[in-house]
Design a protein around this ligand. Structure first.
Ligand SMILES: [Fe+2]
Length: 304
């Protein structure tokens, strides 16, 4: 659960809802300046629209390993509501198991699994590797790498990362064996898409949480922070730029340069919001399902 305290209220957004927003962002990605997902090697990819559809599905489903957790969430010791992401991630093994479960959902979609697996890999690489590839640094860490793990906890992560890499090679082989998908996994086509899943995740997280570091001061969250998106593929993987994100009030958020197909782009966040201080729910499932979700509308806009 993504939990944010703001203005005396507790906002709760589920991981699957956040993930769907990332998919929405991916489905609107691309314009005259920014290549659409799937079209980075349009001259060699036979059916870029088919590839684009796979990318959008992968990005929309990247956190589906959380389904079971969100249905029966662990509860926060502090407030009795479902635990926040930071609290849930204390259990490293459970996190690994969630990625494993998510990667079994669509056994006949090797490209979807390849992107989600790559996303998990680079998320852990930031903490487990001494020198992770900077172009795949998740927006969560845009202001600086997270603390490196101690050797013992690192070992389990390195083993899981090796498992992910092996699985990725299997998906790549499968895609290469089919002439219609072989070009999808060429680096010029694949690398920008591996980056795009991180970027759409980060943009969605900035709306649904306070996890993306603010340019200055503490993060307020829920779209109220300025931040930068680095290594954004523009026309190709060799042509990358930085997008500056700035809140402009009334839930209007400026992206400069602007990567979407329509301007403004409305984005809806589904949130459960409770006034603080709140009583601990006696029966969390009954409480959760009775709680009326609010649909908070944001707008992404270009710089005028
Ligand atoms: Fe996510």
């Amino acid at each position: 659960m993504l939990k944010t305290n703001q203005d005396g209220k507790l906002w709760m957004v589920t991981q699957p809802d956040h993930s769907q927003i990332a998919g929405f962002i991916a489905a609107h990605w691309g314009n005259a300046l920014f290549t659409r997902p799937g079209f980075f090697s349009a001259e060699t990819v036979a059916d870029p629209e088919r590839l684009r559809a796979e990318v959008i599905l992968a990005i929309a489903e990247h956190d589906n390993g959380w389904w079971e957790w969100e249905a029966i969430p662990d509860l926060s010791v502090a407030d009795g509501f479902p635990a926040g992401l930071g609290e849930a991630l204390q259990n490293q093994q459970a996190g690994i198991d969630r990625w494993r479960r998510g990667l079994t959902r669509f056994p006949r979609r090797p490209f979807v699994n390849l992107l989600i697996s790559s996303h998990a890999y680079w998320f852990y690489a930031a903490r487990a590797l001494q020198t992770p590839e900077p172009a795949f640094n998740h927006p969560l860490f845009w202001k600086g790498a997270p603390d490196k793990l101690c050797p013992e906890s690192n070992e389990a992560l390195l083993a899981f990362m090796a498992e992910l890499q092996k699985q990725q090679l299997g998906s790549i082989e499968e895609l290469r064996a089919d002439p219609e998908t072989a070009s999808w996994v060429e680096p010029a086509s694949l690398a920008p898409l591996q980056r795009l899943i991180q970027l759409c995740d980060g943009i969605s997280l900035a709306l649904c949480s306070a996890l993306i570091p603010s340019k200055t001061g503490a993060s307020k969250g829920l779209g109220d922070d300025s931040y930068e998106l680095h290594d954004v593929p523009r026309r190709s993987w060799m042509d990358r730029c930085t997008i500056t994100v700035t809140p402009r009030g009334d839930r209007r958020i400026e992206l400069n340069p602007y990567p979407f197909d329509i301007d403004p782009l409305p984005v809806v966040v589904r949130a459960r919001i409770v006034e603080l201080p709140a009583e601990r729910p006696a029966h969390v499932h009954s409480w959760w399902h009775a709680c009326v979700p609010q649909h908070i509308q944001f707008q992404f806009v270009s710089a005028k």
